[in-house]
Design a protein around this ligand. Sequence first.
Ligand code: NAD
Ligand code: G6P
Ligand code: MN
Length: 442
Amino acid sequence: MKKKNSVLIAGGGSTYTPGIVMTLLENMDEFPVRKIKLYDNDKERQETLAEACKIIIAEKAPEVEFLYTTDPEEAFTDVDFVMAQLRVGKYAMREQDEKIPLKYDVVGQETCGPGGIAYGMRSIGPVIELIDYMEKYSPNAWLLNYSNPAAIVAEATRRLRPNSRIINICDMPVCLEEIMARVLKLNSRKDMEVRYYGLNHFGWWTSIKDKDGNDLMEKIKEHVRLRGYTEDIPAGQHKEESWLEAMRAAKELLEIEPETLPNTYLKYYLMADDTVAHANKDYTRANEVMDRREKQIFETCNKIIKDGTSEGCGIKSSEHSTYIIDLAKALAYNTKERMLLIVENKGAIENFDRTAMVEIPCIVGKDGYEPMVMGAIPTFQKGLMEQQVASEKLTVEAWIEGSYQKLWQAITMSKTVPSAKVAKLILDDLIEANKEFWPILK
Ligand code: NAD
Ligand code: G6P
Ligand code: MN
């Protein structure tokens, strides 16, 4: 009999929470759960989603204990897995992250460029706080973190809590692999074996094979050369028009670097001018998400509460949540699944900073993860990654030391920013907007 798990979702008020709960309930055979808890620091926001989850759980798996709380002790006691999805500053601050750089004709994006740096400066403290709560109340648990910006958060946890049981992950490669699998008419991305390297939201596939070892790269490239990743997108946000632009960009990204297959996030660095030219400075992705996903999920949950049933509510499990649960499953039951994780390089990429947090395939089992050796990488990717990782490391140093100078350098270092002067203008606006969240910079 499999041991049953207690799962805490931190950031219980997240738009992803009902989908994750649904996926947990649908996977009880492979990943049995005895308890689901939600934790957030916004009581009211969490309450609506939690009351709806309570109904869903009572209908689908009444044996599962459920509670939601804003109290860390209650939340973190008796937990096996913490699934963390904080958005520090919520969508109101995402909007600032996107709009402030755009004012200066610089990419305005949640996790890339100055916006990502600003978000990083907000996320570091609260994610460290989650680790500390977990270590205090459930020291044997694992923290599966996808709170963004995952690259900066991962570097911060490496620096500040080097021995903690945190694993940082991202769903973008998973989504793109699902597209590739569908293009190839395979049943699922799990029918492919991939090699990939880079930083979070900054990477490349070098090999994609089927389970018999046959190379599938050429077939996928042929398709991407014509259509990017615009076809066969799995259900969810990546189907929306604003995401399609990134999916289309894959075509151009492949022209720039034809040996590998690109992660769409490279668009913000290699096609920054086009990205800015197509942006609406008054209505960014944050506005879209507030008007769509956030509104919709709260409406759905309010309806579930009003009707007293989740019958026909339309909440579905997603690729995003299955990936997180696959990781928990691998750790709990030693599945040895190969998964892309954000881990300390330590020589896996031979000619790259050993201390960089890189995104590479790892074998995951009961004792954690074992990174796979990626060997030496070419000059183009190496150069880009060195610049980006320097920006991420400077951000974390700026947070630790409270250093204005280092944060200015971090923003200057981002390939999305044209000059140190523009970096300073953006930084000064970001400081003003983030007063409530950032350490004081001297
Ligand atoms: P959301 O704003 O709906 O949810 C975030 C929740 O975190 C909110 O309820 C908020 O109150 C809570 N929160 C903020 N600060 C907190 C703190 N200090 N302690 C406890 N709770 C806190 O956001 P969302 O769009 O659903 O996204 C949630 C997070 O998941 C974001 O960080 C997003 O970037 C991330 N995400 C990451 C990936 C990935 O690939 N790594 C994929 C999808 C989403
Ligand atoms: C992808 C990325 C996540 C990011 C999300 C944003 O899934 O991997 O890291 O948070 O996109 O999506 P959104 O719909 O909020 O713009
Ligand atoms: Mn991601």
